[in-house]
Design a protein around this ligand. Structure first.
Ligand SMILES: Cc1cc2nc3c(=O)[nH]c(=O)nc-3n(C[C@H](O)[C@H](O)[C@H](O)COP(=O)(O)OP(=O)(O)OC[C@H]3O[C@@H](n4cnc5c(N)ncnc54)[C@H](O)[C@@H]3O)c2cc1C
Ligand code: FES
Length: 342
């Protein structure tokens, strides 16, 4: 995975607790798919800390690259970015990654139905802009839940896009804590509200559903839809975070062979240790970002042996069948495990 040093060209205060970092495109420029994310690297107390941030820019409309970061209470990096990052700062990033990426071409006729909650708007903004500008026969409906009106990220940009594409873009906001002048929907995205909104969409159009936001919201979206919905999670639920597969609890060290960037590593993986953790303990520089099975930056293919995954939501059924794994949530359960990382 390539690393780049990007210069912050502009810091835009989107809402009281959210900023957009606009990065100057380097030479040669970085290409990406709408819906992908960048991994930002920071040195904090002599330790490297990585965080993923979805690109809210689109190659179809934006010269520069941009990520939008919302403060998380007590969060290390989101507050650092909101408080400290200034124009001209340089930040190291990894190549764009992630497979929350619809195919959008000039021939695409799909109606994209997007469900966002809070900062989950970021990858959907890139998808929305790309569809509107690249695929003239496509349509977009965005259903976007925020807390307060002043919390709505990209509120003005979205309103401008509705003016520019009145027949192809519909944006429906709902606020959980509206002020008395708010004219739009009020309350959380419930399955009743969702079914009501979905019933207004023309049934004859081909649709594609995409959601990013808090876990509870995405569950409601999945429950309200009978069709497949593509999901991007920014954070693991407590339940998922504590689920270590029972097979990895056995008291046995397994040796794993990893092929990466032309080198071969033999790594002893301790019981209850992931393959990535074991590699990091030995200062082996494998690719990773979220370390929680959410971003796919650490993806590899298991070409021999047995591995169990603590989390596999990010991988498609085809990928799982072909042996693709995420080293950050992968526990070896046999001694002949060989992993290939591209
Ligand atoms: C693929 C991907 C794309 C992402 N894109 C974006 C984006 O576009 N914009 C954005 O603002 N964030 C995004 N995130 C989340 C981001 O990577 C960080 O997790 C987030 O900024 C918090 O980091 P932190 O260092 O401030 O918090 P930490 O110090 O890591 O965590 C502090 C506490 O907050 C909890 N926490 C962490 N993240 C969240 C969250 N998102 N919501 C609620 N609680 C949380 C943690 O469990 C922990 O208890 C994305 C994450 C992934 C995996
Ligand atoms: S590092 Fe993000 S999925 Fe493994």
């Amino acid at each position: 995975m390539d690393k780049y040093r990007l210069t912050v060209k502009e810091v835009v205060q989107e809402t009281p607790d959210t900023v957009t970092l606009v990065f100057q495109q380097p030479e040669p420029s970085i290409t990406y798919q709408p819906g992908q994310f960048l991994t930002l690297l920071f040195q904090i107390d002599d330790k490297e800390v990585r965080r993923s941030y979805s690109l809210c820019s689109s190659l179809a409309t934006d010269q520069d690259l941009a990520v939008t970061v919302k403060r998380v209470e007590e969060g290390l990096i989101s507050n650092f970015i909101n408080d400290r990052i200034q124009p001209q700062d340089e930040i190291e990033v990894l190549s764009p990654a992630g497979n929350f990426t619809p195919t959008i071409t000039p021939d695409t006729k799909t109606h994209f139905v997007l469900f966002a909650g809070g900062s989950g708007i970021t990858p959907l903004m890139s998808i929305l802009k790309t569809a509107l500008h690249v695929a003239p026969q496509s349509k977009v409906t965005l259903i976007y839940a925020s807390r307060y009106e002043e919390n709505i990220i990209f509120k003005d940009q979205l309103a401008q896009l509705v003016t520019q594409f009145p027949d192809r873009l519909n944006v429906i906001h709902t606020l959980t804590q509206p002020n008395e002048n708010w004219q739009g929907h009020k309350g959380r995205l419930t399955s009743v509200l969702l079914r009501e909104l979905l019933a207004t969409l023309p049934p004859e159009e081909e649709k594609s559903y995409w959601t990013c936001g808090p876990d509870g919201m995405m569950r409601i979206v999945e429950e309200a839809l009978s069709e497949q919905v593509h999901k991007e999670s920014f954070v693991l639920t407590v339940k998922e975070a504590t689920e270590v597969p029972a097979t990895s609890l056995e008291d046995k060290i397994h040796q794993v062979e990893v092929h990466y960037a032309g080198d071969t590593y033999h790594i002893d993986v301790q019981p209850q240790q992931t393959i990535l953790e074991a590699a990091m303990d030995k200062d082996i520089d494998l690719p990773y970002s979220c370390q929680s099975g959410l971003c796919t930056a650490c993806m590899g293919q298991c070409i021999s042996g047995k591995v169990v995954l603590e989390e596999d939501d990010c991988l498609t059924d085809d990928e799982l069948n072909e042996g693709f794994i995420l080293t950050c949530v992968a526990y070896p359960t046999s001694d002949d495990v060989v992993i290939k990382i591209d």
